[in-house]
Design a binder for this molecule. Sequence first.
Ligand SMILES: *[C@@H]1O[C@H](CO)[C@@H](O)[C@H](O)[C@H]1NC(C)=O
Ligand SMILES: *[C@@H]1O[C@H](CO)[C@@H](O)[C@H](O)[C@H]1NC(C)=O
Ligand SMILES: *[C@@H]1O[C@H](CO)[C@@H](O)[C@H](O)[C@H]1NC(C)=O
Length: 271
Amino acid sequence: MRELLGSIVLLAMTARVVRGDEAFLTEPPDYIKQCTIADKNFVNCSTQSIQQLFDKLNDGIPGLTSIKSFDPFHLNRIRISQGNSNAINLKVELANVKIIGFGHTNVLESVVYKKDYSWKTIFTLPVMKLLGDYSLFGRILLIPLNGRGQVFLDAENMTVTMQTKTRLYSKGGFTFYNVTNCHVDFKMDGLKSYFSNLFNGNKQLEDSTNKFFNDNWRMLADALYTVITQTIEDILLDVLKKIFHFIPANYFISDIPTPEQLYGKIKSLPK
Ligand SMILES: *[C@@H]1O[C@H](CO)[C@@H](O)[C@H](O)[C@H]1NC(C)=O
Ligand SMILES: *[C@@H]1O[C@H](CO)[C@@H](O)[C@H](O)[C@H]1NC(C)=O
Ligand SMILES: *[C@@H]1O[C@H](CO)[C@@H](O)[C@H](O)[C@H]1NC(C)=O
C-alpha cells in the first residue's frame, strides 16, 4: 500500500515540472484529445478536445491550483463606461461578482488558424447567471438611473463567439500558447434581471422599472452588452492564460510549429 502510494506520488511528480513559481505538465494528460492541424477533420477533433477541457475545468485541472473555481467563478470588480447616445449612456460598476454556468459549456466549434495560431471558438451556455453588487449611473432605455444595490442577471441560451489571439513560446522543449487577447460576441434567447434599490428605496419605481426591463429584455441586453462581454472576456482571458501556460500546446495539436518555425528566427525587430 505504502509502495503503491509512493509510486503514485512519484508519478504525479514526474508529470509536472516546477520552474520558478510556474508549474507545467510534461506528460500528456488523459483528459485532452490530441489533434492534427493538417488533418481535414481538425475542427471536429479540436471541438471535442476543447469540450473535454471545459468538462475537466469543472472539477479542476489537477496541478493547476491558480484556478480556484470555474463554476461558480468569482470576479472582484468590473468598471465600464459606455455610450453617449440617447439610448445608452451608462457608468456601471460591479463588485463581488459571482458567475454561475461556465461548467455547462457546450463547445459547438473550435477553429485554430494556421497563419497565426489564433482561435475562433463558438459555444453555448445553457445557464449563465450573474450575481453581485452594482452601482449604476446614467440612463438605460431613457430611464435615468443613479443607484446601488444588488443585481441578478439570468441569460437564457447564450451563444458566445470567442476570438482569441495567442503568441507561441517555448518552455521545457514544448510549444506553449501565450493567450494575449480574448474578444467575445454573444446572443441570447432571453434575459431575466433584477436590480435592488434602483431608486434609493423607492420600491414602487424600482418594481415598475424592473418589470419594464424584463418586458424589454432585448433592449436591456443591448444596453448591458459591453458590461456582459467584458465580464465574459475577463473570465475567459484569465482562465485561458492559466491553462495554456500550464499545458503544452503540443498536447492539443501534435503538429504545432515551434515559435521559431512560425515567426522565424528573429523574435522581434526593433522599430
Ligand atoms: C464530427 O464528429 C461527430 C461526432 O462528434 C460526428 O458525428 C461527425 O460525423 C463528425 N463530422 C465530420 C465531418 O467528420
Ligand atoms: C505573454 O504575453 C505578454 C504580453 O501580452 C507578455 O508580457 C508576457 O511576457 C508573455 N509571456 C510569455 C511567457 O511569453
Ligand atoms: C433554449 O434552447 C432550448 C433548446 O434549443 C429551447 O428548447 C428553449 O426554448 C430555449 N429557450 C428560450 C427562452 O428560447
